[in-house]
Design a protein. Structure first.
Length: 197
């Protein structure tokens, strides 16, 4: 058979669905999304969840994290409350992106440092103990220059997955890779997770 005739509307629909390139490009359009994050711990029957609002432009993202819940209830332990209040000083967090979608740097780091200096004084007045003093010492170090502590974001499952450098070329439309995700309290073997793009 020399020719096959396909109705034009069917051809156009099929043509739009075909992949024309083995390159995945970072979205250039602006937009807002809300991501829900649920982390379940088995067999403990423990669940942590929160929402993160994301405003995207071509090579910049602004993130705002909402309240964290444990088993559908607000945090009630003193140390966890302190950590959540200290974490909220980070937001809104403005991040510039590489062409592959990876995290480049924190754009509003100076604004975050100022917030930390102001808010940490209030927190230090309220939370006073040896344990909290040690926490504040580590937080002071982290917030002093957050761009030097970007690896801290790798400890968050959301950030680790959200900033995966997936916008790249995929020869033969396939690529194998290995991803390690940090889970506190697990052995080294249990922390490694294999990933296939």
């Amino acid at each position: 058979m020399e020719y096959i005739y396909i109705p034009s509307d069917k051809f156009e629909t099929r043509d739009r669905k075909l992949l024309k390139s083995a390159v995945l490009e970072i979205p250039s359009i602006s937009g807002d999304k809300i991501y829900g994050v649920i982390i379940k711990f088995s067999p403990k029957d423990l669940q942590i969840h929160y929402k993160i609002k994301v405003k995207r432009t071509a090579f910049q993202i602004e993130l705002t994290k909402e309240k964290t819940y444990v088993n559908n209830q607000g945090i009630d332990k003193i140390i966890e409350q302190l950590l959540e209040k200290a974490e909220q000083i980070l937001y809104p967090l403005q991040i510039s992106l590489k062409k592959n979608g990876g995290l480049t740097n924190i754009i509003n780091h100076e604004e975050i440092v100022k917030r930390w200096k102001t808010e940490s004084l209030k927190l230090k007045d309220y939370y006073q103990s040896e344990t909290t003093d040690q926490i504040f010492e580590k937080m002071d170090e982290m917030y002093a220059d957050i761009n030097l502590k970007k690896d801290w974001f790798d400890r968050s499952i959301f950030y680790k997955l959200f900033f995966l450098p997936v916008y790249q070329e995929y020869p033969q439309f396939l690529k194998h890779n290995f991803l390690q995700i940090y889970f506190s309290g697990l052995s080294q073997d249990e922390r490694a997770i294999s990933e296939e793009h």
